[in-house]
Ligand binder design. Structure first.
Ligand SMILES: [Mn+2]
Length: 302
């Protein structure tokens, strides 16, 4: 791909007091099916140069000050290494919108533990084909099927503050945990049957809250995102994912976004990486327009 003359992140990098802070966690040691997500931050950054600084509905992202911290080191084993990236991410000023590039989904252990330090009382929207709520899976407590379970332990976030969207592959243990902790699970089937109603249901749960969105690319159908650790059929189209995110967060304040499980070695013509980039740029657009809408309110408070 010829990217000559193009700058990363749609040319938005620069300026002090960033509106958006990006970091990668190039770790896939918890992937038990297929490794490769450790290569995602580098590929996403590289191809970010091809993205225009404009949303799909024609809103300019120019003026958004983006800072890229580069990759943070989680070591060879997330159980021993999650604190390092967590501490660096927790230093990001709460005013900045955090964007983290995984890595497998266990990188969200660092991300969510940092996010709740930046934003006490945080809610989480976990968009994923799998709840990742096993206590033990595939021979370990720190494998990708345990990502959310360990993230809850590490962050101290109450399970009831987590909404899972796009689910379709479950272990019985996960469904028991969801029911026992009164978590909201909105399945991929429910989203496909009536997307606006599904989005509304999530929006009601998240209303007025600060929310971090953890987006596992495997929530998309493998037709839209083949480059991932474990493909799961019956998933969302990239179109549905964008509409769902917009509707589900419209009454909340989104404070961060991580995108995980993009696996460049299993991708096809970079379509998975570009799906990730489209999601990142559209989420930035949602954040920018939400901030613009609240400006008069903020000014009024002075
Ligand atoms: Mn996951």
């Amino acid at each position: 791909m010829n990217l000559d003359g193009l700058r990363p992140w749609g040319g938005l990098v620069g300026g002090s007091a960033p509106d958006v802070v990006i970091a990668g966690i190039a770790y896939d040691g918890s992937a038990v099916y297929r490794k490769g997500a450790a290569l995602a931050p580098q590929r996403i950054r590289q191809l970010s140069a091809a993205m225009p600084p404009v949303t799909e509905e024609g809103h300019l992202l120019t003026g958004l000050r983006v800072q890229d911290l580069g990759d943070l080191d989680a070591g060879a084993d997330i159980e021993a290494g999650w604190m390092g990236p967590m501490q660096r991410l927790a230093e990001v000023p709460p005013e900045a919108f955090l964007t983290v590039l995984g890595g497998d989904h266990c990188t969200a252990i660092s991300t969510l533990a940092a996010e709740v330090r930046r934003h006490p009382g945080l809610y989480v929207l976990w968009v994923d084909a799998h709840p990742d709520l096993c206590d033990f899976s595939r021979g370990g407590h720190w494998t990708c099927g345990c990502a959310l379970r360990r993230a809850l332990d590490a962050s101290g976030i109450e399970p009831s503050r987590v909404v899972i969207a796009g689910g379709r592959d479950y272990d019985p243990e996960e469904l028991e945990f969801i029911a026992a902790n009164r978590m909201l699970l909105v399945s991929a089937a429910e989203i496909a049957r009536d997307l606006p109603a599904a989005a509304r249901k999530i929006a009601e749960r998240l209303e007025g809250q600060k929310v971090h969105v953890s987006f596992d690319i495997d929530v998309l159908d493998p037709a839209f995102a083949p480059g991932t650790e474990i493909p799961s059929s019956g998933g969302l189209s990239s179109r549905q994912a964008l509409e769902l995110l917009r509707g589900a967060t419209e009454r909340a304040q989104v404070v961060g976004f991580d995108i995980v499980e993009v696996s460049p070695p299993f991708d096809n013509g970079d379509i998975t990486t570009f799906a990730a980039l489209k999601l990142i740029f559209e989420v930035w657009g949602m954040v920018k327009s939400a901030r613009a809408a609240h400006l008069p309110e903020l000014r009024g408070k002075r």
